[in-house]
Design a protein around this ligand. Structure first.
Ligand code: BG6
Length: 463
């Protein structure tokens, strides 16, 4: 078949994403410690090759040159996060003028170079002082977070027009209270439910604060959503998929976009005595302060089947009481990260948002492929990551189809720009359009970076 040109809508946002903790390094503004410093103190052996977040990709010192590299790789937009612990080293109290100056300068530089900064206000990086108070389990921390957001709107509201309250609020619940990879590393779903509720409340209250500033921009949330597929059409498998979808997708999507929690979720939580503490005013705030834009992080689908074994009623409740995960035979698979690659999932996700969430303005806020030992693919000094180009093209072809069919998708951001630090995996898997030599901090555009530039310049590609 002749390749055809897949053109994207005019003004499509081409870019990439990362977060403060994963890319900035400590810098010299007197940044406060975060939950990652606490994890490092307690469990340094858990961090791949013993690399912590002290330096990472050193964006703090190198942002001017890196912004040029953004241009060189076709960015017209870029998502970063503002570090709460940098702005407020103690989580609340005195704001750091040096941190304000750093972010203002960096955001100005981005705008001056034609790159729209998208600012996310929380990316798994609780300040230590707040974590010591119980983190998202403690309602006082919600107020401190809203105070931090308010300061961001005041200090940077003239430079940022796309705001996000959270990246993947499911992350702290999963990592911190279910699967043991984020601080405080406990297994207690009830406490996790409280964390989830408080983050949703915090998001709504941040949106409320945003509205009082009457800024020209928009505010939303970024959710990691995995379209969920049953093993078969058998009713038990279908029911299993409904539960998984409820716990992992709709639990955050419904309150964020519709302002209400799915009744089946509430029933299930009540049945297991897992309801969080809340007030009627909290529910009202969540109803009144819905997101205006949605970021969709899509990496892999979720496949499930009916549970094969009986649950142990004495064991503490976990969502997987209702389903087992299912490995589809013949699936495409990234062995480095252990994630299935299923490109059509991006289409199914967008169609779901179109049909069930009012076709709210959205964009792909993360999509990407982490590969270990990429130096294997260096030829003439450049990583020839043709697999990443294929990964992007295959996803974009489905995204293009979704847009053709009326999905309100405004952009695509790859994870990530320059190889950056990952939660515990550190620099094991590389995701960037630009490679990083950890020893020298030298950056080199990969083959995919060149592809991305052409893609953005032409606003589409032959497929
Ligand atoms: C996303 C996160 O879920 O996945 C990023 O928002 C993260 O912070 C990315 O780095 C890739 O996952 P990982 O665990 O391989 O870094």
């Amino acid at each position: 078949m002749q390749p055809r040109f897949l053109a994207f809508p005019q003004g499509f946002w081409w870019g990439s994403a990362w977060s403060a903790e994963q890319a900035e390094g400590r810098g010299n503004t007197g940044k406060g410690r975060t939950q990652w410093d606490m994890s490092w103190d307690r469990d340094p052996h858990r961090f791949y090759h013993g690399v912590n977040t002290d330096i990472t990709t050193d964006f703090f010192h190198r942002y001017r040159d890196d912004i040029q590299l953004m241009k060189q790789t076709g960015h017209n937009s870029f998502r970063l996060s503002i570090s709460w612990a940098r702005l407020f080293p103690q989580g609340d109290g005195e704001i750091s003028p040096a941190a304000v100056a750093f972010y203002r300068d960096m955001l100005q530089e981005m705008n001056a170079n034609g790159i729209k900064p998208f600012a996310n206000l929380y990316h798994f990086d609780m300040p230590e002082a707040m974590m010591l108070k119980g983190g998202w389990e403690n309602r006082e921390v919600v107020a401190a977070y809203v105070n931090f957001c308010d300061a961001c709107f005041r200090e940077f509201g003239d430079l940022v027009f796309h705001w996000f309250t959270f990246n993947e609020p499911l992350g702290p619940v999963l990592g911190g209270y279910m699967e043991d990879f984020h601080y405080p590393n406990v297994i207690d779903f009830k406490r996790g439910v409280q964390v989830g509720f408080h983050t949703l409340l915090a998001s709504a209250l941040a949106i409320k604060a945003f509205k009082t500033h009457q800024l020209p921009g928009k505010i939303g949330i970024i959710l990691n959503l995995s379209p969920t597929y049953p093993r078969s059409e058998h009713p038990a498998d279908v029911q299993a998929a409904k539960y998984a979808d409820l716990f992992y997708n709709r639990s955050f999507l419904d309150p964020a976009v519709k302002g209400t929690f799915p009744p089946e979720l509430v029933d299930t939580l009540r049945r297991h005595d897992l309801m969080p503490q809340y007030t009627e005013q909290d529910l009202q705030d969540i109803r009144d302060n819905r997101v205006q834009i949605l970021g969709l992080n899509y990496y892999e689908p979720r496949r499930v089947k009916a549970r094969a074994s009986a649950v142990n009623p004495d064991a503490p409740f976990m969502p997987d009481w209702y389903f087992d995960s299912y490995v589809m035979p013949g699936r495409k698979f990234n062995p480095h990260r252990g994630w299935e690659i299923y490109e059509k999932g991006i289409y199914d996700l967008c169609v779901d948002i179109r049909d069930n969430y009012g076709n709210i303005e959205a964009f792909i806020s993360e999509s990407g492929m982490g590969v270990a030992n990429e130096e294997r693919f260096i030829r003439e000094g450049q990583v020839q990551d043709v697999y990443r180009i294929g990964f992007i093209q295959n996803h974009l072809a489905y995204l293009h189809q979704a847009i053709q069919e009326g999905c309100n998708i405004k952009g695509y951001h790859l994870w990530t720009f320059i190889d950056c630090w990952s939660w515990i995996n550190a620099y094991k898997n590389r995701y960037g359009l630009v490679s990083l030599d950890l020893a020298t901090q030298q950056r080199t555009v990969k083959k995919s970076g060149e592809f991305y530039k052409a893609l953005s310049d032409e606003n589409g590609f032959y497929f």
